[in-house]
Design a protein around this ligand. Structure first.
Ligand SMILES: [Cu+2]
Length: 317
């Protein structure tokens, strides 16, 4: 009887505790600036499709390099696989107990050993040289037009444009009940990331210091890089075409790993600047803001979009 009472108390506590916790928890801080909706001038959508084979259609200057290396590697892999399978088949048939009643007992053959050492070394060199070319090209840029900072959280992404004073905003999976007709399940987010086309974008990545390793990847932009707590990783993106680009977290990071998609909307520089302003940023750069009036502000390529145009777009909402 005593046991029964204790068990029922424990059960009640289990049910009530989360409710109390929910009451006590402070409400999630909302992002101050609402996203404005700016549509790209193209209906290109880079997304996964059913029964696709090979790469997603891409819009990155790295296409030829990366896809070319992938195809090149595929030839080597296929050749080696076919060769090994054929050799095994040959051995199984030729040296079966039936056909080969008294097996040979020799253990060494200098010629064979030289061949199976030298040929693999040549193959590895044939693979290493082009692979290094790809690695160094995608590694980092000496000069870039702007910097994007990506932070991985459990389980959503934070984006920041330090050059333009755009403070970090969160990009979370859009709940299914908020999805509209045509939205992609598990790929839509509440606040997409806008990027300008034809700009060299330096991407720096890190994770929440108390968090875990994630990987920020967008297949059609040929970008995938780990974001690691306490470290900065670097890479670069250049978007050739306006459109919508979907990506995901590519490092198994925990229970909500599958629910932290990436949505990028690539637009013209003018529209990107409008978006920057809507996020509280300054398209002329933060230096322009803080410098005394007497000194000339550094002239950047990007200029603020006309103010009235921005207001129009905001008014439409
Ligand atoms: Cu993750």
């Amino acid at each position: 009887m005593k046991k029964l009472i204790i068990i029922s108390f424990a059960l009640i506590a289990l049910v009530i505790a989360p409710q109390l916790q929910a009451l006590a928890a402070p409400e999630a801080a909302e992002n101050i600036v609402e996203s404005i909706s700016i549509a790209p001038d193209s209906d290109f959508v880079a997304k996964p499709v059913d029964w696709a084979f090979g790469f997603q259609r891409s819009a990155s200057p790295l296409d030829d390099l990366i896809e070319g290396f992938h195809n090149y590697l595929l030839w080597w892999i296929s050749g080696i696989t076919v060769f090994v399978m054929a050799l095994m088949g040959y051995i199984v048939v030729k040296f079966s107990r039936k056909r080969n009643k008294t097996p040979n007992k020799f253990t060494h053959n200098t010629m064979v050993e030289i061949v199976w050492t030298v040929i693999p070394i040549i193959i590895v060199i044939m693979i290493i040289v082009p692979s290094m070319r790809v690695l160094y090209t995608i590694d980092h840029l000496e000069e870039s037009d702007l910097t994007l900072k990506v932070t991985g959280y459990q389980w959503y992404w934070g984006y920041e444009f330090p050059d333009y004073g755009v403070e970090e905003f969160e990009s979370r999976l859009l709940p299914e009940d908020e999805m509209k007709e045509g939205d992609l399940r598990l790929l839509e987010v509440d606040q997409p990331l806008y990027l300008p086309i034809n700009k060299d974008i330096r991407v720096i990545l890190t994770s929440d210091p108390n968090g875990v390793i994630h990987s920020w990847g967008i297949p059609s932009l040929k970008f995938k890089r780990d974001s690691i707590p306490g470290r900065i990783n670097e890479g670069w993106i250049r978007v050739d075409e306006e459109g919508v680009y979907y990506g995901q977290c590519y490092e198994l990071c925990g229970p909500d790993h599958a629910f932290m998609p990436v949505k990028i909307i690539a637009v013209s520089e003018e529209k990107f600047n409008q978006w920057l302003i809507s996020k509280g940023g300054n398209p002329a750069g933060i230096e322009a803001e803080t410098q005394p009036a007497s000194e000339e502000a550094p002239q950047e390529e990007s200029q603020a979009a006309p103010q009235e145009e921005t207001e129009n777009i905001e008014g439409e909402q």
